[in-house]
Design a protein around this ligand. Structure first.
Ligand code: NAD
Ligand code: UDP
Length: 316
């Protein structure tokens, strides 16, 4: 039998809700745990009441005693404005959350996947970023609670692997966007789309010349599923993201074009430690997961715009 009991921490968030949906479609039993810090039950509406889906309000900084075969550890706010709102809690969520989820995996001998991040590379001096790059991270800045928390979580994963022979998988996720991002999420794609649909000024930080590489959510979820399914010898870390790079200004112009918006561009100071460039080298994911993104920015933006258009219309 292929069906498994799978725990998704942070399952009520943007990525987590899409992951839960895919796992249910595949026939698994899914236990979603979330403290609703940035996620919501609304993201899981299509699954509530499903006989193989269970939702538990739980904060991963506290231990959890359940029986599962696999764990996806996604619990952690991902948007800078949200993870900087309570930075101590952000570090606790990454570090204590990882310890609790790893302890659980050890007790029940579950395979465990960590949602790590391109932020472990900081403001990278190597471009594009390969997994072998150790990063350029400020340990005491406003992004450090997230960056260093995620780096420490990776350390814990690898120590549990070496010390306790745990079956681990580490994905370094690059900027991912799509339907179910919160309209006030604060990340760039949702901000720009919501501003464009409302014909409000589009807020560019800095001069907009910093770059990011944007991955559509369906592609990213496929990468996580494939990573979890690799044999025990492959543990990562592996970059998962779309290697096509854009400046933030190009993104703003594309969003204006696709929405037909009357929005203008306004410029705000670049927040400190904001990385100037980011693009994954995905050779390893291609080789080990047989994966690469299939949905390019224009198509992904159209789908995301359609989602926000409907959402904003329903809110009046
Ligand atoms: P999100 O903020 O939408 O989801 C995070 C979820 O974790 C939310 O539902 C939130 O309520 C929950 N959560 C936060 N703290 C918790 C705690 N202490 N206990 C239980 N639940 C808690 O963000 P997302 O974009 O869905 O990101 C999911 C994961 O992927 C995060 O770990 C993030 O760091 C990682 N990631 C995302 C991206 C991206 O571009 N979306 C990029 C890199 C890494
Ligand atoms: N950004 C912007 N305007 C916004 C939100 C973000 O110009 O309204 C910029 C931000 O400064 C950064 C880039 O867009 O340079 C990506 O920001 P996001 O918060 O989405 O992700 P991260 O910086 O974590 O990659």
């Amino acid at each position: 039998m292929n069906e498994k009991k799978i725990l998704v921490s942070g399952g009520a968030g943007f990525l987590g809700s899409h992951l839960c949906e895919r796992l249910i479609e595949q026939g698994h039993d899914v236990l979603c745990v979330d403290n609703y810090y940035t996620g919501s039950k609304a993201n899981l509406l299509p699954l509530l009441g499903h006989p193989r889906f269970e939702l538990l309000r739980h904060d991963v900084t506290f231990p959890l005693y359940v029986e599962v075969d696999e764990i996806y550890n996604l619990a952690c706010p991902a948007s800078p404005i949200h993870y900087q709102y309570d930075p101590v809690q952000t570090t606790k969520t990454s570090v204590h959350g990882a310890i609790n989820m790893l302890g659980l995996a050890k007790r029940v001998k579950a395979r465990i996947l960590q949602a790590s991040t391109s932020e472990v590379y900081g403001d990278p001096e190597m471009h594009p970023q390969k997994e072998s790059y150790w990063g350029n991270v400020n340990p005491i800045g406003i992004r450090s609670c997230y960056d260093e928390g995620k780096r420490c979580a990776e350390t814990l994963f690898f120590d549990y692997y070496r010390q306790h022979r745990l079956r681990i998988k580490v994905a370094r996720i690059f900027n991912t966007y799509g339907p179910r991002m919160h309209p006030n999420d604060g990340r760039v794609v949702s901000n720009f789309i919501v501003q464009a649909l409302r014909n409000e000024p589009i807020t560019l930080n800095g001069d907009g010349s910093q770059t990011r590489s944007f991955c559509y959510v369906d592609d990213l979820i496929e990468a996580l599923l494939r990573l979890m399914a690799t044999d025990d010898s492959f543990i990562g870390p592996v970059n998962t993201g779309n290697p096509t790079e854009f400046t933030i200004r190009e993104l703003a112009e594309k969003v204006i074009e696709l929405t037909g918006s009357r929005s203008t561009l306004v410029f705000a100071p670049l927040p400190s430690d904001d990385p100037m460039q980011r693009r994954p080298d995905i050779s390893l994911a291609r080789e080990k997961l047989g994966w690469e993104p299939t949905i390019q920015l224009e198509e992904g933006l159209k789908r995301t715009i359609a989602y926000f258009d409907e959402l904003l219309a329903s809110k009046g």
